[in-house]
Design a binder for this molecule. Sequence first.
Ligand code: TPP
Ligand code: MG
Length: 526
Amino acid sequence: MTHAEATAAALAARGVNTVFGLPGGEILAFVEACRRAGIRFLLAGHEASAGWIAQVMGQLTGTPGVCASTLGPGASNLVTAVSNAWLDRAPMLAITAQIPSKSIRTMTHQRLPLDVLFGSITKGTVSIGADDTKSKIDWSCDLAAAPRPGPVHVSLAGDVANEECCRGIGAEFDIARQAQGSIQPLVERLAGASRPLLLVGLGAAPEAAPSIRGLLDKLQCPIVVTPKVKGIVSEDDPRFAGVASGMALDREVVETLREADLIVAIGFDPVECDKTWFAELNIAAIDDVSMTEGDYRPLEVLGDIPVLVAALTGQIEAPKPWPADLLDARQRALRPDLPPPAGGAVSPIRLIERLRGVFPRDGIAACDVGSHKLCMGQFWKAYEPGTFLMSNGLSGMGFGIPAAIAAQLARPDKRVIAVVGDGGMLMMVHDLALIRELQLPILIVVLRDASLSLIRLSGNRRGYPAYGVDFTPPDFPGVARAFRIAAGQAGNLQEACALAEKALNSRAPFLLEVPVDWREYQEVIR
Ligand SMILES: Cc1ncc(C[n+]2csc(CCOP(=O)(O)OP(=O)(O)O)c2C)c(N)n1
Ligand SMILES: [Mg+2]
């Protein structure tokens, strides 16, 4: 058995059934080994998409998602997606080829120090060859999935791939496990608080949802979530008080957080925040890894999150609800009065709300990065864990469409919607080929504002004229049709909902373009 075959066999044994990638000559032995091992190789239009799809698969299934590229430019094209998996905690393996080991000292063509390149944005980088390949792949998968989850880079040199692998010479790798901490210090801190608030962040996996609901029911205080964990509690819960970490109306949410005399943070990772309020507030945190860094010094209890949350719940003697008028005021602050949009364009916030109304409660929504993301994060209601996908640690444009592809592949029975900006759509147009090829019934909604509007706003605020931010988008429905994907444009909310409903009933891919008024973003994004 060659190293390429052993790598594929080890992945298959771990439950990996699909590898996403774009090959080059040096990775072909592995691609062929995948084919023979019964692993589907799905060709993406760009390695970035392969990386995004793989990590969202990993996030949704718990089995690390796998992407593969050739050496040099293929590997460097993976960097943004791997960086996102690193900051946004998605378990994935990024397998790249490398210059044949016999020539790597001499051959500089396409040679990049991939261990250095990936070393700083992964939990580990391994080279196949010296030790038993199966144990290396097993370790890579375990490391990727262990708290906090993230990417692992696997390098497979062109010649090593075809060499016989020395089976049985097992390498020993250790993965440090967090010891279970005592909840007692947090119980005491909470006993002294009169107005606590729960803040749940991306470290809380969907499996933690029942224990978090149990704590909420016992404590009866408000709950705030970060975007990456939207749906961990239903957003129509009467105690739900908004989405923290840089979304629309962020100032209002931070004001809510400041009203609390103690924030009980569960799996909260400051990586989602574009401000540093978390370092100023009284926070007691439950997590599986320490988040202490810089000025952020919470009281931390580390261990298995659901177990610790249940232990805390068991020790609460009395509920600690907030005064009803205060909670009501904080919730009302998140329902802005919007003037009608000018020039016949559609209100992006009303569009998000109306689309939510025609989309199934248990459907999965993905968004891209831009002004629309900040509105999706705050105004799109998520009702179930694992039903909302966003890049928020890295905040990398290009995430939305591949994330929707991954969601539809991982959950073929669910409806999937991708809400993206026109800039992000332009970046990932090639993904329409894969969507069409696999006939994935994703509803893509492109918010057309002819601008990188978030950057336009940002320039505005700094007193700069709009420069380098506006563009003429293509006719996106026409582009979709060129990929043989059905499409339409809506000029108002009614048309948008009617087309969305029709698309959702058709069980086929559909691209819906809606011209939106970017000026509305100024009202809610500060
Ligand atoms: C890969 C990458 N490049 C640049 C940025 C900076 N950036 C953040 S939002 C944004 C604008 C996105 O424009 P669009 O997709 O049209 O969304 P809109 O803001 O108009 O809703 C840009 C360029 C980024 N986050 N990621
Ligand atoms: Mg735009």
